[in-house]
Structure formats: C-alpha cells, structure tokens
Design a protein around this ligand. Structure first.
Ligand code: GDP
Length: 444
C-alpha cells in the first residue's frame, strides 16, 4: 500500500535535493512527476490538478527559495499540502459528546465491510469506556442479521434483537429506545447495502436518518475499489450528508487513491481505517502520519503508540527520548526489533519504521518476513556495543568480521548501514518538519 507512490515521490525529491538553486523550471519538472505519481496512485483527476496547482503557487511564492535547501522546501510544501488534502490535523475523532445514547449510522455498498466495521467500531468504543449496542438493520441480505449477532457474540458486545420481518426504520427507532432504557450510551446502526446506489435504498436510509437522528453518518468505503469508492461516497453524501468515512481493506494492495481523494470530493474526513478481517484491525486515521509514511519517513508515531500499549513504559519512554533527541542507534534498533515481535503482525509494523520496509525489501527483493528480520538481527548481534552505539566506526575489516559472525555478506552489512543512516536522517527531518506533531503524538 502506497509503496509505489512513496517510491516515486522519493525519487522526485532526491533529484530536487541535488539541485543548488530552485528555478521555476525545475519546480515545473518536479511537479509534473508529482502529478503523474498521484494519478498512478489512482487519486482523483481533479484533486490532483488542484493539489499540484496549490503546491506550485506556494513553491513559487516562497521567499526561502534562495535558501540552502530548496529541495527541502518543496518536500515540506508537498508534505503539508498532502496533510491538508486529507483534512489537516484537525480532530478526526467521532462526535460522541452529545447526550446519550449517541447514534452512529454506518452506510455503504454491499461488501464494503459495514458489518465487520460495526463490530470493530463497537470494540473500539468499548476501549473508550463506552457501552455500545450493535443494531442489525439489513433485512434484505440473507444472514446479515445473523452475521452481526455472531460478531457481537465474538466480542461480547450486545446486539439488538432485530428480525428479518421488521421494517428497518422501525428496527432503528426501537433500538434507540431500547438503548435509552437499558443504559447503552452509543448505538451503532448497521444498515443495508446494495451493489450500487439505488433510490429505494437511499430513501430508506433517509427515513432512518430522520427517525434515529444519528450524530454521525459514517460511509464505509472499500479502499480496494479506488476511485469507484470516491464516486459512491459522493453519491451517498449528496443524499444523506455523510460526516465521516471509514476506509476498509487498506491492508490489501489498494493504491491509496481513495484515502487521498475522498475528503476533497465529499468534504468528509476519513476517521478510521480497517486493516484486516480480524475484529481488532481498526485504527484511528491520522493524515499527518500517513503522509510521513508516504514520504518515506515511516510512521514512528503510530509505532510508539502501539508500543506504549504493548510494552513496558520505561522502555518506551527511553525510546521516545532517543527519538526526540535524534540519538536512536543500532542498539535501540535491535531492542526495537525484539519488541516488534511482541506487537503482532510483522507486515503491519514494517512500514512504520523509518527506512525499514525498504531496507528489508532491498536485502531480499521480497516481502518482509520473519526470516529476513532474523538476518538483520543477526547482523546487529554480531556487532560490538561500541559499533552499535556509533556505526560510523564500522570500517572494512569490521564489516568482514560482522558478516562472518552473522553468516551474511559484506554487501548486506553495507546495505543495512546505508539504510540505517538514511533512516536516522529521515527522523531528523521528521523532527524538523513537524516538531509540533511529533511531540503531540509522543505525549511530550
Ligand atoms: P458488508 O456487506 O458491507 O456488511 O461487508 P462485510 O462486513 O460482510 O465485509 C465483506 C468482506 O470484507 C468480509 O469478507 C470481511 O471479512 C472483509 N473485510 C471487511 N473489512 C476488512 C478489512 O479492513 N480488511 C480486509 N482484508 N477485509 C475486510
């Protein structure tokens, strides 16, 4: 996901960095490539056009053009504009402040992932110390009601006892009353879907909206369908006025266009992303972190956050300090690898470490695997403490020794060190580019 876009943008920026002075011409060339990269990532055509124009205006109008690092300047503008495109660093959280029960209505096409997301969201809400009630309101698809009841049982979350013979609008009204009487503070309506937008369904959803007065109407979009998801979101928005988007199946090989376009097209921000079929595979969406990931800086913040919930606090605090001070060394990297093992699916973690995904890819030219992680681990373990603290001292003969010790090749050592150096640099940039965001995310 986003790998292609990431690679393309990185190569544009690399070229820019190599240029001493920024002229309108080289900005133009760079922007042409940025434009192509975005189009290839399946970003909406009009969104791309506006985006590139915004970047151009800012880049040309920036006085710092004469500064020493003009390339850096453009990277920064692209970075900021991408964040703005997805809604900025505004609070994307759900609007849950109203008097309970707060009603959240999930809408979307059939197969988009509504029912699964309903369960995931229920589980997320419970973690926020809320008491959710799941409401199956799809009486058309056979087994849809049973599916949500099963999800509820798995999560041990209550599900309203809807029956297929009932009217969806009646179900929703009754469920809200039931929640009121029984102390549920959040009601999740899992509405019916169709293969495409149709008038009958929209009519029904409008009536449910009027009857249940949802605080949020969340459009569940299948990220794999790319621009189609964006178009459909627009259709739902016209009829219902959606307040947010939950982008499912972002774990697949979607190109990412939907994530980048949907806010610009509908005005509704992506609030959550679904990252797998399991019922805990839902994350709050942070545009700034996704942009850092796209621009190759890794998602240090999400990683640190995950770490905070899974690891001991002392170790996390130490790591956070090191990241803040740019003192992250190979020893920390190794400690990090150990901890990562505790954090669950390797694939979901890999992209979050600066330079890591790429490093492993280049070493083996394949998807990251436990085996490749072991090689990196073996390499670092074959280094002396002094070498881990300051990899600058690792000269030719040391490299040979490490390769022998770890059963790898000097070439692999070279690559690892090169990538690690780049990762360090990226972290430095990350701190420079967004100290505000960095500190915020780390609770510092
Ligand atoms: P609905 O018709 O909109 O209610 O969709 P479902 O919840 O039944 O989901 C359709 C399919 O998508 C199911 O096989 C889900 O397991 C799968 N699915 C839902 N969300 C995700 C996700 O985030 N990642 C992946 N890989 N699959 C998902």
């Amino acid at each position: 996901m986003f790998d292609n876009l990431s690679d393309k943008l990185e190569s544009v920026f690399k070229k820019l960095r190599g240029q001493g002075v920024m002229t309108e011409d080289n900005i133009k060339d760079a922007l042409r490539e940025v434009r192509l990269a975005l189009l290839e990532a399946d970003v909406n055509f009009k969104v791309v056009k506006d985006f590139v124009e915004n970047v151009r205006l800012k880049a040309v109008g920036t006085e710092v053009m004469q500064s020493l690092a003009p390339g850096q300047q453009v990277v920064r503008i692209v970075h900021d504009e991408l964040i703005t495109l997805m809604g900025g660093d505004q609070d994307n959280n759900l609007d849950l402040a109203a008097k309970p029960p707060v009603v959240l209505m999930l809408v979307g096409l059939q197969g988009a992932g509504k029912t699964t997301t309903c369960g995931k969201l229920g589980s997320w809400l419970r973690k926020q110390k809320r008491r959710p009630l799941l409401v199956p309101a799809d009486v058309y698809r056979p087994a849809a009601i049973e599916q949500l009841k099963t999800v509820g049982r798995q999560l041990n979350i209550d599900v309203f006892d809807s029956q297929t013979g009932q009217e969806p609008v009646d179900i929703c009204s009754a469920a809200v009353r039931f929640a009121e009487l029984n102390g549920f503070d959040t009601v999740l309506l899992d509405t019916a879907g169709r293969h495409q937008i149709d008038d009958f369904l929209m009519n029904e959803l409008e009536r449910i909206k009027a009857a249940a007065q949802p605080r949020e109407i969340l459009f569940v979009a299948d990220a794999m369908t790319g621009q189609e998801a964006v178009t459909v979101a627009g259709g739902f928005n016209d009829r219902l006025g959606i307040t947010g988007v939950i982008l499912s199946k972002l774990d697949g090989d979607a190109k990412g266009g939907a994530a980048l376009s949907i806010k610009a097209v509908t005005g509704a921000p992506v609030k959550f992303v679904g990252l797998g079929e399991k019922l805990d595979a839902l994350e709050v969406f942070h545009p700034d972190r996704l942009v850092s990931r796209i621009l190759g800086m890794g998602d240090v913040l999400t990683l640190v956050e995950k770490a905070q919930s899974a690891l001991d606090e002392k170790e996390t605090a130490r790591l956070t300090q090191k990241l803040k001070k740019n003192q992250f060394d190979l020893e920390d990297f190794l400690a990090q690898l150990q901890q990562i093992k505790k954090l669950g699916s390797l694939e979901s973690i890999m992209g979050m470490i600066p330079g890591m995904g790429k490093m492993v890819k280049q070493m083996q030219g394949a998807q990251p695997s436990e085996k490749e992680m072991k090689r990196i681990e073996a390499i670092i373990r074959s280094m002396t403490p002094a070498e881990r603290a300051d990899h600058g001292i690792i000269n030719g003969s040391r490299r040979l020794r490490i390769a022998k010790g770890s059963g790898t090749t000097v070439q692999e050592i070279n690559l690892l060190l090169k990538r690690f150096t780049e990762a360090q640099k990226m972290m430095k940039q990350l701190t420079k580019l967004g100290p505000k965001n960095l500190m915020k995310g780390m609770g510092g």
